[in-house]
Design a protein around this ligand. Sequence first.
Ligand code: ATP
Length: 135
Amino acid sequence: MTMETKLKLEVVSPHGEVVSEDVDEVSAQGSEGDFGVFPGHVPFITTLKIGMLTYRKGSENKYVFVNSGYAEVSPDKVIVLADSAERSEDIDVERAKAAMQRAEERLKQAEKIDFARATAAVERATIRVQLGGKR
Ligand code: ATP
């Protein structure tokens, strides 16, 4: 068996391909907890939280917002299928702040709102605002 030294990372959403790169390490937030992947990892599949994916290429760390979905890990590949995703440098922080404000207003109404939907919108916006400043 050959020892893998690189990982191919693919992050895809229905809106398009977000990442397609050879990387050294990937960290992400599974529904059951955070996990890290180096080349040669045993295969597994997990669903993902609304959260952050980090990958390292040499000494450089990169950050990606990931809106749910799932990750499929194999020894030489990590494939993430997300409902939406953006690289931190592509996040429009003002748009995320506006989305947060809308969702928070909705949550204040207390009645006749889809609570889970509004809460998820707040979560998406919160992480986008956090990641938007990272480069
Ligand atoms: P909004 O209410 O601002 O549309 P949302 O959380 O409902 O936010 P999504 O459904 O997650 O948006 O994403 C729809 C599309 O817009 C996706 O392609 C996503 O990558 C992009 N997108 C959403 N918010 C941002 C943002 N703040 N910066 C950059 N791209 C964004």
